[in-house]
Write a new protein. Structure first.
Ligand code: NAP
Length: 293
């Protein structure tokens, strides 16, 4: 094995500890606790689980949390009215409308409504637009890509000047990850389902971020020796040895890639824990912005 594993669990805990310490300092100084409010529309079990763990993380770090659970057939107007109310509520630091929203809801309109200073998921067109523009800083960066870059920097991978290949161009992971890497002066190639010769493109990369949602698709012989590989994928595969009958694997073939890469994130325990840690960091930042800090 050549790769050093990037311990996302440990690094996420360090981020959370930093947030908790800052929250405690603020609270001791008499400032209001940062408060994250989530909005869940419908009953998707995965979304319900995500919203629950976000609320739990807030409490663990000394912050306040709230959740509004709307029925799956809630109207566009109901959702927008709720967001407008949260925008206007001074007790709310951060607003997160859990994605995906039901198909009948105009997601773009809802995300556009969130006050940029409370947009802790970083998906408001204003924050994404700023991320895409040179010399403009978003107030918040989407949590999963933010976590990917944080991991690279935490272990000392040099981003500036590196050839980076991002697999996937989704609004929530691939595209913002590519924009962040460009902002840090990497030379970035974004791959997607129509890319020709994916293995050949990936072989040029010093840094690979894989976010395609395809079980163990990235093979060992795609990887340049010594490259840093960040595996965002979460895929469930059957496993009779597990009580649940399944286990989680990434978009990267871990066993093969660990023999070639310089750095590699495991699944689980890599990018996964970073997403909520970065959300907590963004929520604290939102409270600071609203206090004029
Ligand atoms: P997504 O919206 O489905 O996007 C997948 C992207 O991969 C698309 O751009 C798609 O290309 C591309 N793609 C699909 N098949 C491909 C192929 N065979 N070759 C090259 N590119 C291909 O997925 P996502 O929301 O970005 O999520 C990606 C993965 O990350 C999933 O496994 C998800 O569960 C995981 N995830 C993890 C976290 C975390 O916290 N760790 C957070 C979010 C997502 P087109 O654009 O051409 O369709």
């Amino acid at each position: 094995m050549t790769a050093q594993l990037i311990d996302g669990k440990l690094i996420a805990q360090q981020v959370r500890d930093g947030v908790a310490a800052e929250v405690a300092k603020r609270t001791a100084a008499g400032k209001p606790k940062p408060k994250l409010v989530t909005v869940l529309i419908g009953d998707r079990p995965d979304s319900m689980a995500y919203v629950t763990s976000k609320g739990k993380a807030c409490v663990e770090l000394g912050m306040d949390s709230g959740n509004h659970h709307l029925p799956g057939d809630a109207s566009q107007e109901q959702v927008e009215e709720l967001v407008r109310g949260l925008n206007a509520d001074p007790a709310v630091s951060g607003i997160l409308v859990q994605l995906p929203m039901p198909a009948h809801i105009n997601e773009e309109r809802v995300l556009s409504l969130i006050n940029i200073e409370k947009d802790v998921d970083g998906f408001s067109p204003l924050n994404i637009g700023r991320l895409a523009q040179k010399g403009r800083d978003p107030l918040f960066v989407p949590c999963t890509p933010y976590g990917c870059i944080y991991l690279l920097e935490a272990v000392g991978v040099k981003i500036e000047g590196a050839n980076a290949v991002v697999l996937g161009r989704s609004n929530i992971v691939g595209m913002p990850a590519a924009l962040l890497l460009i902002g840090k002066n990497a030379t970035v190639t974004v791959c997607h389902s129509r890319t020709r010769d994916l293995p050949g493109v990936v072989r040029q990369a010093d840094i690979v971020i894989a976010a395609i949602g395809k079980t163990e698709m990235v093979r060992g012989d795609w990887i340049k020796p010594g490259a840093a590989v960040i595996d965002v994928g979460i895929n469930s595969v059957p496993d009779a040895t597990k009580k649940s009958g399944h286990r989680l694997v990434g978009d990267v073939n871990f066993e093969e890639v660990k023999e070639v890469a310089g750095w590699l994130t495991p699944v689980p325990g890599g990018v996964g824990p970073m997403t909520i840690a970065m959300l907590m960091k963004n929520t604290l930042r939102a409270a600071q912005i609203q206090q004029g800090e």
